[in-house]
Design a protein around this ligand. Structure first.
Ligand code: LHQ
Length: 260
């Protein structure tokens, strides 16, 4: 795994993926997009990985599509590029059972902002900012931004962000619910790792079901959401991890969840 501008480090139950083209603010090229999609799919199938951190090398999180690459004569049409290169990344992030934490160390622009939106949790350094750069270059929001952003900040604010395109700084991002919290740049990765470790110590099946239930509830009515919760609770209640959680509570000890 890894290569082509993506650094992959697996340490115990936590995988850290670093977009690693700092000279171009980690802009997304075809090799990087392919590596990211393949890595996310592989990690999604790897039960030993229980949480993922996504971050950027250098001073940016990700500047979105590599604009120089788009000028190549053989560049694929935008719709094809999105369908074949970008959507597998967004789908993999949303489909994987493990929680993904974006550690947003700097600017997240265009598709780079969408990448951060598609993660489950977001921590930001004070230097982080979100730039919905699409409008400035005559494009529309993509990579799930029209779907993900309203779910994070509400339709009114999301529409304003998408149409006006003013950069959103770290503190404002926290205020509007786009980011969980701001942490000093030098502590960003260790804080993200601490959060990942905490999630990795949870019951993996329940965490995966929670992640998916939180999402499907948006597109269902209350009755359907209640029924889905009941169905998932039936599954969760039958796991060894639930029995372990109860036993640990009774024994006043930390549970040892195995994902079964
Ligand atoms: C870059 C990039 C970049 C290449 C900075 N590419 N080199 C999806 C489907 C298919 C195609 C179309 O689009 C999409 C969705 C999208 O992602 S559209 C949005 C694409 N991204 C942008 O429009 C952002 C472009 N970048 C910027 O506006 C600025 O660079 C930001 C605001 C991100 C950061 O500004 P500064 O901090 O002032 O840095 P800088 O502009 O000086 O950039 C530093 C270097 O990084 C510079 O290279 P150089 O060789 O001059 O040092 C830039 O050319 C390079 N770079 N973004 N997307």
């Amino acid at each position: 795994m890894g290569g082509d501008g993506l650094r992959v480090e697996i340490d115990g139950p936590v995988a850290t993926l670093t977009l690693d083209r700092p000279e171009a603010l980690n802009a997304l090229t075809v090799p990087l997009k392919v590596a990211l999609a393949e890595t996310l799919r592989a990690i999604g199938a790897d039960r030993t990985v229980r949480a993922v951190v996504l971050t950027g090398a250098g001073r940016a999180f990700c500047a979105g599509q590599d604009l120089a690459e788009r000028e190549a004569p053989d560049a694929a049409p935008l719709e094809v590029e999105l369908r074949e290169r970008y959507l597998p990344i967004i789908r993999a992030l949303r489909a994987m059972d493990q929680p993904v934490i974006a550690a947003i160390n700097g600017v997240a622009a265009g598709a780079g902002a969408s990448l951060a939106f598609a993660c489950d949790l977001r921590l930001a350094a004070p230097e982080a900012r979100f730039v919905l750069a699409f409008g400035r270059i005559g494009l529309v929001p993509d990579c799930g931004a029209t779907w993900l952003l309203p779910r994070l900040v509400g339709q009114g604010r999301a529409t304003e962000i998408a149409l006006v395109g003013e950069p959103i700084g770290a503190e404002e991002a926290v205020r509007i619910g786009l980011v969980g919290r701001v942490v000093p740049a030098e502590a960003l990765l260790s804080e993200a790792r601490a959060l990942a470790d905490r999630l990795a110590a949870g019951a993996p099946l329940a965490i995966g079901w929670t992640k998916h239930a939180m999402e499907t509830a948006w597109t269902s009515d209350l009755d359907a959401a209640l029924a889905e919760e009941a169905r998932l609770q039936g599954l969760a209640g039958a796991t060894a991890d639930h029995a372990e959680g109860l036993a640990a509570f009774r024994g006043k000890r930390t549970p040892d969840f195995t994902g079964s």
